[in-house]
Design a protein around this ligand. Structure first.
Ligand code: PBG
Length: 327
């Protein structure tokens, strides 16, 4: 057969390139993480995450408006409580920071979609994600605390609860507690494949949730493993998870790919604080084009198979999608 001289790749105008894009992005797929500080009034820049803020409860309407203006209509809430204790009891307090934040947001705009991170590490004085027995997190007693926390979020008006603690059996425990309280239709987004990652550094500084001793390798996943992620996801599906998550995103694109192909549930990817901070820092140093690297990174995560992206760049990405630059 004679080879034609036709170019291999589609040439022509932007229109044909847009027609043939294999990956489509929408602002509807983006979730913006929001840090709420119970002791704060107004908002204050987060040193470890340039461009991000801690919001006081009174500043949440402004935060919501900024999201909506950019085209982002959902957030993931993290709380910085006034007080911490060994069990993390302010995580499930009726007037805890997250419970108040949910009510505040819903009062401002009932349609703004509120996802809550369900974990204890921001609320325990030792910074681990559960109750301790000696120097280890005690899995089973922690389940009840997590279920209580998720229920309190539901009662305050959360739309979706997202357990990030990685205790065994927490999805089932939360599902059962929610169902018994009449929240059968409230979905669970499980942080199913959450790796013990160095990319969480800036978040822990921002959320004050670094463990005071040891690390989280006892309950988070080993970065060497891929099959283990599939096993974690399968168990979460069995326990009743409605959506799955892989976290971090950029260093785990292979895991996103496999999980997206193996399970017919919506898949979220969390592009975490260290990923954001690296792009920001390199951009600020003039080493890369921050905006373009942000766009290309987000594309790679969707191309790998994610349906939803949780990212500190949500507002900038939504604008890039709206302007037609990507998407
Ligand atoms: C809570 C939690 C963490 C993140 C999300 N939920 C920190 C951790 O596991 O240490 C990290 C998010 C980020 O780095 O942006 N367990």
């Amino acid at each position: 057969m004679e080879l034609t001289k036709r170019p291999r790749r589609l040439r022509g105008t932007d229109t044909i390139r847009r027609l043939c894009r294999e990956t489509r992005l929408s602002p509807d797929s983006l979730i913006y993480p929001l840090f709420v500080d119970e002791t704060l009034s107004g908002r204050r820049p987060i040193p470890s995450l340039p461009g991000q803020y801690h919001y006081g409860l009174d500043a949440l309407p402004q935060a919501v408006e900024e999201c909506l203006q950019a085209g982002v209509n959902s957030c993931l809430l993290f709380g910085l409580p006034k007080e911490k204790d060994p069990l993390g009891s302010s995580a499930w307090a009726e007037n805890g920071v997250i419970q108040q934040a949910i009510r505040q947001i819903k009062q401002h705009d009932p349609d703004f979609y509120v996802v809550t991170d369900v974990c204890l590490c921001e609320y325990t004085d030792h910074g681990h994600c559960g109750a301790l027995r000696g120097r280890e997190v005690d899995n089973d007693p922690t389940l009840e605390l997590l279920a209580r926390t998720a229920l309190s979020h539901a009662q305050a008006g959360a739309d979706l609860v997202a357990p990030s603690d990685m205790m065994d059996g927490r999805v089932a425990a939360i599902r059962q507690t929610l169902d018994q309280a009449g929240f059968e239709s409230l979905p669970i987004l499980s942080y199913s494949a959450k790796y013990a990652s160095a990319f969480y550094g800036p978040f822990r500084a921002a959320a004050g949730s670094a463990p005071s001793f040891g690390d989280r390798r006892g309950y988070q996943m080993d970065p060497h493993n891929r099959n283990e992620a599939l096993k974690e996801c399968a168990l979460d599906v069995e326990e009743g998870a409605d959506l799955l998550m892989v976290k971090p995103a950029l260093a785990y694109l292979d895991v996103i790919r496999e999980v997206s192909q193996a399970f017919p549930l919506p898949l979220a990817a969390y592009s975490v604080s260290g990923e954001y901070a690296m792009i920001k820092a390199a951009g600020q140093a003039g080493l890369i084009d921050e905006h373009r690297v942000m766009c290309e990174s987000a594309l790679s995560i969707f191309r790998a198979g994610a349906d939803i992206l949780i990212t500190y760049f949500a507002k900038e990405l939504a604008q890039a999608i709206r302007s037609g630059e990507i998407g």
